[in-house]
Write a protein that binds this ligand. Structure first.
Ligand code: URA
Length: 254
């Protein structure tokens, strides 16, 4: 019980640091928002969307839900079974961070650690991502972090087209809610999927692109950097372009 209270307090402090001013009481059981079922699954088999009750209630204090809009998106997602990844998940990994972040990171999908903890980038690659964020002059809680898909693909395989199609609208909605100035797309899969561009990441990284009207910087995935440390210099060069765009002071040249 003490542990839960301490965790809740730490989370409220984190929300305050991230700029959230007010936290409404979470509903105990009633859904906060209705969930819209996929078209064609209405009771009469019509092509219309049908409003069905959400199975879970979500609060501004939940990870990645720190604004009314993000909370509504989380409510719409509900206890999602839109694709087959839902069958193997422990936790749906919605996102984490500042609901008004100027910088957003998008990875591929949750791994084993993220699936257990319900938070993106908390494993080894996540620890490196946190270091990269800090090297840029941000705290992890100042940025927003999400993935292309919100449930862990089995054996860490790439998400499949039907899974991306089911999940990407929610990522788009999160981006529209957060309104970041810059998105950093992490790794081959996120870059190629978001940009619909199969060019290898080695040729896409380091050049500004556009995603849904937001400037996007493709760079290497931290897991790749852990396997190929000499490539860190290239990723750092990409992140320096992002820092320049965001008016962050560049560290002095060695
Ligand atoms: N890799 C990703 O792409 N996303 C995560 O959340 C963790 C590892």
């Amino acid at each position: 019980m003490t542990e839960i209270a301490a965790e809740a307090l730490a989370h409220v402090r984190w929300l305050a640091r991230a700029g959230v001013k007010e936290v409404p009481k979470a509903a105990k059981s009633a859904p906060l928002t209705p969930t819209v079922s996929p078209a064609g699954q209405g009771s009469e088999g019509s092509a219309r969307s049908t409003v069905v009750p959400a199975t879970g209630a979500y609060a501004l204090t939940d990870k990645g839900c720190g604004s009314d809009t993000l909370l509504t998106i989380r409510g719409e997602l509900g206890d999602c079974t839109r694709c087959k990844l839902s069958r193997g998940r422990t936790n749906l990994v919605f996102g984490v961070g500042n609901p008004r972040a100027e910088l957003m990171f998008v990875g591929e999908g949750p791994g084993a650690d993220e699936d257990v903890q319900g938070e993106p980038f908390v494993g080894k690659a996540g620890q490196l991502l946190t270091k990269m964020i800090e090297a840029m002059g941000f705290r992890r809680e100042e940025v927003y972090i999400a993935n292309v898909v919100k449930c862990r693909p089995p054996n860490n395989r790439d998400p499949e087209p039907d899974e991306i199609a089911a999940c990407e609208p929610f990522l788009k909605a999160q981006i529209a809610a957060v309104k970041p100035k810059v998105i950093v797309a992490l790794g081959r899969f996120a870059v190629q999927t978001l940009l619909r561009d199969p060019t290898p990441i080695t040729r896409q990284r380091g050049a500004w692109r556009d995603y849904e009207g937001v400037r996007l910087m493709p760079t290497f995935h931290p897991a790749y950097l852990l396997r190929n440390p000499p490539e860190k210099a290239k990723a750092w060069a990409d992140l320096q372009l992002v820092m320049k765009e965001l008016g962050k002071t560049l560290p002095p040249k060695p």
